[in-house]
Design a protein around this ligand. Structure first.
Ligand code: F6P
Length: 341
């Protein structure tokens, strides 16, 4: 079989581990020939194709980013996009696709599958919001980076008696905020799942500083918003493409908390640092396991599914069950985090 692989959406550490596993499994176990599409779905539509052999993926395991490049382009949202995918696959004699991506890329994979293409998806996103899988590639590395940042902020917060706001990624979910916040010992965690009351937060900080602490660490996900009628007017700031402008909620919180508590307050926006650099061992292993499972599925004639991890096992989930859905942080985990504030 001739199989194509692509990476779409925001990059994450661990994509190269998945590409390497796909290529090695396809070539060494099944004798398939592999090609890579550059720059996500756009590269498929525009026929940006490169051959991929074992030699080409040598040495990429510890490298962050993606050797194939990526793009935020969805064929089903662009005129002629799906037709473009079909004609490139036919012209290049590509019989099946492995699509590595987050919610947008996997939704596109589902649309392309509905148009008759044999597709297997692999979930990646530092946001960890892909439905149907316990983990997506990149999330583990991101919480390592965010936890280290929170650890480092503790010592400077304590030295200066400051309130430190740490803004992490997560436009619709607070997986990084809750996990890194818990691991880093944050004093408050604010997520998009639960709109916040600014006065309640200010009260919490005032009480904390009165009773036992001289500093506070507040972790906020970039998509967090105040609850209606709680005295703070703010809607998530977005650019002309509808993407969140990093730092906007963090900056607003810094100003509000400074005014409402009187404490010296500073903001750290972690931004794309959370997506950069070398993948953690967990993400390398997860990417490798997903890559192998994807090629095994295609080789066994199982299509239109996504690889997923559930507990200790890698399983296959129908794309139609996960496409367009978002996995939120469960209340139970939020409660555990809150018990530690
Ligand atoms: O979807 C992953 C993500 O990292 C979000 O958390 C963040 O809002 C967004 O990507 C940033 O995207 P861009 O790479 O377009 O700046």
């Amino acid at each position: 079989m001739r199989i194509g692989v692509l990476t779409g959406g925001g990059d994450v550490p661990g994509l190269n581990a998945a590409i390497r596993a796909v290529v090695k499994r396809a070539e060494m176990e099944y004798g398939h020939s592999m090609v890579g599409f550059r720059n996500g779905w756009r590269g498929v539509v525009e026929g940006e194709i490169i051959p991929l052999t074992r030699e080409d993926v040598r040495g990429i395991l510890p490298r962050g980013g993606t050797m194939l490049g990526t793009a935020r382009y969805h064929p089903h949202k662009n005129d002629g996009g799906i037709e473009g995918v079909l004609s490139t696959l036919e012209a290049e004699r590509v019989e099946a696709l492995v699509c590595i991506g987050g919610d947008g890329t996997l939704k596109a994979a589902h649309k392309v599958a509905q148009a008759g293409v044999k597709v297997v998806g692999i979930p990646k996103t530092i946001d960890n919001d892909v439905e149907g899988t316990d983990l997506s590639i990149g999330f583990h590395t991101a919480i390592n980076i965010a936890t280290e940042a929170i650890d480092r902020l503790h010592t400077t917060a304590e030295s200066h008696n400051r309130v430190m706001i740490v803004e992490v990624m997560g436009h619709t979910v607070g997986w990084i905020a809750v996990n890194a916040g818990m691991a880093g010992g944050a004093d408050l965690i604010i997520t998009p799942e639960e709109p916040f009351d600014i006065e309640e937060i200010a009260r919490f900080i005032r009480r904390r500083h009165r009773s036992h602490a001289n500093f506070s660490i507040v972790v906020v996900a970039e998509g967090a918003e105040p609850a209606e009628g709680t005295g703070m007017q703010f809607s998530t700031q977005t650019d002309d493409k509808g993407r969140i402008i990093a730092g906007s909620i963090g900056e607003r919180l810094m100003i509000e908390l400074r005014e409402r508590t009187g404490f010296d307050t500073r903001l750290t926006v972690l931004g794309h640092v959370q997506r950069g650099g070398t993948p953690s061992p967990t993400d390398r292993i997860l990417g490798s396991r997903f890559g192998i499972a994807a090629v095994d599925a295609l080789s066994a004639g199982t299509f239109n599914v996504m690889t997923a991890v559930r507990g200790e096992s890698i399983v296959l989930v129908p794309l139609e069950e996960i496409a367009g859905r978002v996995k939120q942080v469960p209340d139970e985990l939020v409660e555990v985090a809150r018990a530690l504030w």
